[in-house]
Design a protein around this ligand. Structure first.
Ligand code: ZN
Length: 285
């Protein structure tokens, strides 16, 4: 199933993608939650109702509604650094023995087709295609063997990064958390439909030119390693988003570095999920 958060003149709510359209879950059953985190929390109870709704004729064409990030304001967004061998190499680093975690602030989330901002304070704007895992049941001290059960589904994401801000201090969080710099979507594909999340091609294009092209089979620490490690420290909660790492080909590693400019179109795609696409816009315009 593909689940979306969308809005029209009647406000924001959740739906199921059916073909090229969306089934409005609030029309299918007025008792269903209108918010994705609430829907995920109540999933064991509502799943069969949502599945049935997904077989109905679509209420609207997808193109006629605005799609938001499927979880518009996750409780937390955790992201892992240096997690594909080719990206480690292009960064001039050694493959880490420990998982390197940072966070992106929930306020950095934006919709799957919304503009990403070139900040007033930097011109070193860069892309990172990533598969994003959305936590379902979550929990604490989740073993690798049980980690698949903690995942609700997967999205395509862009870990947009302000490189000079990332590297001007040892902590990356500011350079990773500018407004509009955590687009993901365009929907959550439920984990049952993905199957093995470690066989998916991931690609990034800038103005149609392929910049990144890899596969989640090359993750250094796979999704389940990541969930085991994170949940040693924190309770993973429904709707939390995990950016699972980016492969080689980022702009900062090009010689000389090439950064995103106003008007550039950045598309990131993940097999079995789909693509999100953003145009770069100057902050404040
Ligand atoms: Zn990243």
């Amino acid at each position: 199933m593909k689940l979306v958060t969308f809005s029209d003149a009647k406000g924001r709510r959740v739906g199921v993608v059916h073909g090229e359209g969306v089934v409005d879950l609030s029309r299918a059953d007025a008792d269903l939650p209108r918010d994705m985190i609430a829907l995920i929390q109540e999933w064991p109870r509502v799943r069969s109702v949502v599945e049935r709704a997904g077989t109905r004729a679509a209420d609207f064409p997808l193109k006629s509604v605005k799609l938001h990030a499927p979880v518009p304001r996750p409780g937390k967004i955790m992201a892992i650094g240096l997690n594909y061998a080719d990206h480690v190499a292009e960064s001039g680093m050694k493959t880490p023995e420990q998982q390197i975690w940072f966070s992106k602030m929930p306020s950095s989330v934006t919709g799957p087709y919304d503009p990403i901002q070139l900040p007033k304070v930097s011109s070193a704007l860069d892309y990172e295609v990533e598969m994003v895992a959305i936590i379902g049941r979550g929990g604490r001290h989740i073993s690798k063997a049980h980690a698949a059960d903690a995942v609700f589904g997967y999205c395509a994401g862009n870990d947009v990064t302000v490189r000079d801000w990332q590297f001007k201090t040892p902590q990356w969080v500011l350079g990773k958390s500018f407004d509009t710099h955590a687009p993901f979507g365009p929907w959550i594909v439920t984990a049952d439909e993905i199957g093995d999340p470690h066989t998916l091609g991931v690609r990034c294009f800038v103005n149609g030119e392929k910049r990144q092209d890899s596969n989640t089979k090359h993750l250094v620490f796979n999704v389940f390693d990541q969930i085991e490690e994170l949940s040693k420290a924190m309770t993973l909660e429904p709707g939390d988003a995990i950016f699972t790492g980016t492969p080689g080909g980022v702009g900062v590693a090009m010689k000389p570095p090439v950064f995103l400019k106003v008007g550039d179109v950045v598309r990131v795609e993940v097999d079995k999920i789909g693509a999100i696409e953003a145009t770069v816009a100057a902050e404040g315009n």
